[in-house]
Design a protein around this ligand. Structure first.
Ligand code: UN1
Length: 502
């Protein structure tokens, strides 16, 4: 399949005609899409189109902008089966998850369509008579969106839809591993009637297109989801430009399992959180902190269940775990497995690549469990982004919470316990943007803010409305309207009650 850039309402090749391919990670002999290998000139063209479209788009009433998103959501819903398959072919996650990825985009379209009729500001009383005070939200301008491959429909939708309903025009630079998914999403916005120039799409490499986009003088704000290394580089570059930047960069999410937990329920949660999407989620459960009384038993249950998982092409019905996105990521995960072994952690199951049979042409790593991990080890502190879970022991809740909080990341955490006081204590003390009780660390819903604390992100959450994405993609203007016809001085003029009444 050939995909193109989308600039000013037209599907275009890169100006210099270069192209690159995305491959099926379950079988890299299959080319999924060929896409333009764009450069800074394509970025400039897209930014110029977005600048030109901005003044008109921002004046369209927000409920009308929302209607276009509603239409896009409706069209996506009708094509969900086809799009879910595309996600699985290009990104590798199993089909149920591919469909979930599309559903997350649909949910966001409908939610943000409604946001067009909310977008609340505040109206508050003035301290002076004959004066109104209110706050309203306005668009930022042209926003650059840089998105990863692990949720190739959902994350672009998380950024596009709130940015658009707030009245911004956008240039999207999706991951070069998943250009077809991004192009499909943008095509639905086109079908829904988005005016030319409001949404622009430029494919290519992050180091070239991502950087040119983020630093382009015509860009007013940037939203980035991806690796810590790339996010930190953007923070440095954009700090100097005083340009608003939202980053979602990573996690080292932990599940605490207390001695009174329902262990079967916890096991399901761990398997889903650690090995779903092959562990390639920012929210993946990559640490387990287990109470000493159930430690050995739970590790035995986990080791057995993880070893039974079937790896393969996510389109096949009996596949439990799909591939790793590309060779480079696979090398990174294998390197961490080596590091864990060298650090003295005990390998319970997995720990290697799978090359036999159907897996021979893809990037597959067995679900891997390391036990007896010390919280100071690198496999307990650094993001691996693969199907590897590091298990640690604790003797009480306070110790478990301290271990969770001891890493620089703070995206998601979970606790399994039947003790309501213990879970309430954990809710209060876990330093993560998302806390789950008796559920895994993955599976956030789109109408609540999604964002990491500490080094996981910039503190501008995605998703949600006010308090979430809408806050980042709009800025607040405060309006004081004085209709007294005289000079009134705030903080200084104080009328007595009788003065007002007379
Ligand atoms: C991500 O991994 O970057 O909460 C996003 C979840 C999904 C989104 C994950 N809804 O796991």
């Amino acid at each position: 399949m050939d995909v193109r850039n989308f600039i000013d309402g037209r599907w275009l090749d890169a100006q210099d005609g270069k192209r690159f391919n995305s491959l099926n990670p379950a079988d890299t002999r299959q080319v999924v899409a060929s896409a333009p290998l764009s450069g800074p000139a394509d970025v400039s063209q897209a930014v110029a189109a977005a600048r030109k479209a901005f003044p008109v788009w921002k004046l369209l009433p927000a409920p009308r902008r929302g209607e276009i998103l509603f239409k896009a959501g409706d069209l996506l819903l009708r094509e969900k089966a086809r799009l879910g398959e595309l996600v699985t072919r290009e990104m590798g996650k199993v089909l149920a998850e591919g469909l979930g990825d599309v559903q997350e985009a649909i949910d966001m379209a409908f939610y943000m369509a409604g946001e067009g009729r909310r977008m609340q500001g505040e109206t508050v009383p003035s301290e002076l008579p004959d004066k109104d005070c209110k706050s309203v939200r306005e668009a930022l301008g042209v926003v650059g969106l840089i998105t990863p491959w692990n949720f190739p429909m959902a994350i672009p939708a998380w950024k596009l839809f709130p940015a658009l309903v707030c009245g911004n025009t956008v240039v999207l630079k999706p991951s070069s591993d998943t250009p077809a998914c991004a192009a499909a999403l943008v095509a639905f916005l086109e079908k829904a009637g988005i005016p030319p120039g409001v949404v622009n799409l430029v494919h290519g490499r992050g180091e070239v297109v991502g950087e040119a986009l983020a630093t382009h003088p015509g860009i007013d704000a940037v939203s980035f989801t991806g690796s810590c290394a790339a996010g930190e580089q953007l923070e440095e570059l954009l700090g100097k430009l005083h340009r608003p930047l939202a980053t979602e960069m990573g996690g080292k999410n932990a599940i605490i399992i207390m001695d009174d937990a329902d262990l079967n329920l916890a096991l399901e949660g761990v398997l889903w959180g650690a090995f779903g999407t092959s562990g390639q989620r920012c929210t993946a459960s990559s640490r387990l902190i287990i109470h000493e009384k159930v430690y050995a038993n739970f590790i035995a249950m986990l080791g057995k269940a993880a070893a039974e998982f079937r790896l393969g092409d996510g389109l096949k019905q009996d596949t439990d775990v799909g591939p790793i996105i590309n060779a480079q990521q696979m090398e990174k995960v294998l390197k961490y497995i080596e590091i864990g072994t060298a650090e003295g952690a005990r390998l319970v199951t997995g720990g290697s690549q799978v090359t036999a049979g159907d897996c021979g042409f893809g990037h597959f790593i067995k679900p891997t469990v390391f036990a007896d991990v010390d919280p100071s080890m690198r496999i307990a502190r650094e993001e691996i982004f693969g199907p590897v879970v590091s298990v640690m022991k604790c003797s009480r809740l306070k110790e478990a919470i301290d271990i969770v909080n001891s890493v620089p990341f703070g995206l998601s955490s979970a606790i399994y316990s039947r003790d309501v006081n213990a879970t309430a204590r954990a809710e209060k003390e876990l330093q993560t943007g998302i806390v789950y009780v008796n559920a895994s660390t993955i599976g956030a819903e789109i109408h609540l803010p999604f964002g990491g604390w500490k080094h996981s992100g910039s503190g501008h959450p995605e998703a949600g409305g006010r308090g979430g994405a809408v806050d980042f993609y709009s800025r607040v203007k405060v309006i004081y309207r004085d209709f007294s016809g005289r000079l009134q001085r705030a903080q200084i003029d104080k009328q007595s009650p009788s003065g007002i009444l007379s």
